[in-house]
Write a protein that binds this ligand. Structure first.
Ligand code: ZN
Length: 204
């Protein structure tokens, strides 16, 4: 059983982690260096009364349900694959989502089986792109209550852009040129539709 927020907050207050615990700041993959001031861990705020309410729950609108086609590059009857044209980062990434609004834990086992096959197909399509080094897969879900899985490909041979730090590097690296983004998205979408599965769309 996880510790409660109060237990974690109290431990953090009484026993803040020391310099020996913060060695990761010297790792080459750690994307931040001190400027004029020192980079320090932010103190933990006290627990709040209730957990955050996400988009798509508690009466808040769901982006995907109100924008069912936005950024969608492939879809079938139950699933869609989307990539952002406007909010592009330095690494190509996709969101794999159900078309129907549901939280991750609400999938049937049949849907979960489909998710596994689609993640594999998308993973392998991204890994087949030129210069691809590794594909990372993430399931968070603190922003939207609509099921979504992140797939992100990092380039090979940039030794710092690895692991979970690649997510932060995505915001620091130059934005992918639009013509490169369009070509890579088209290649992945075509792979998703291989064998007549679903349809490829031009992202809006
Ligand atoms: Zn939704």
């Amino acid at each position: 059983m996880p510790q409660s927020a109060e237990e974690i907050f109290e431990l953090a207050r009484l026993e803040p982690r020391g310099e020996d615990d913060l060695g990761f700041r010297s790792w080459p993959a750690f994307p931040w260096v001190a400027g004029e001031g020192e980079v320090l861990p932010r103190p933990l705020d006290p627990p709040v009364a209730t957990d955050r309410v996400r988009d798509g729950e508690g009466g808040r609108p769901c982006f995907r349900c109100t924008h069912p086609d936005e950024g969608v590059v492939w879809r079938d009857d139950r699933w869609l694959l989307a990539s952002s044209c406007e909010g592009r980062g330095g690494l190509l990434s996709f969101w794999l989502q159900t078309r129907e609004h549901m939280d991750f834990g609400e999938m049937t086992e049949e849907l979960a089986g489909e998710l596994g096959r689609l993640v594999l197909r998308c993973h392998n399509a991204m890994l087949a792109l030129p210069n691809a080094g590794r594909v990372h897969i993430g399931k968070w879900g603190d922003g939207s209550a609509h099921l979504h899985v992140l797939l992100m490909v990092r380039p090979e041979r940039l030794a710092q852009v690895i692991g979970s730090f690649a997510v932060e590097w995505d915001d620091l690296l130059p934005v992918i040129p639009i013509e490169v983004w369009e070509a890579e998205v088209a290649q992945v979408a075509a792979a998703m539709a291989a064998g007549g599965d679903g349809e490829v769309l031009v992202p809006s």
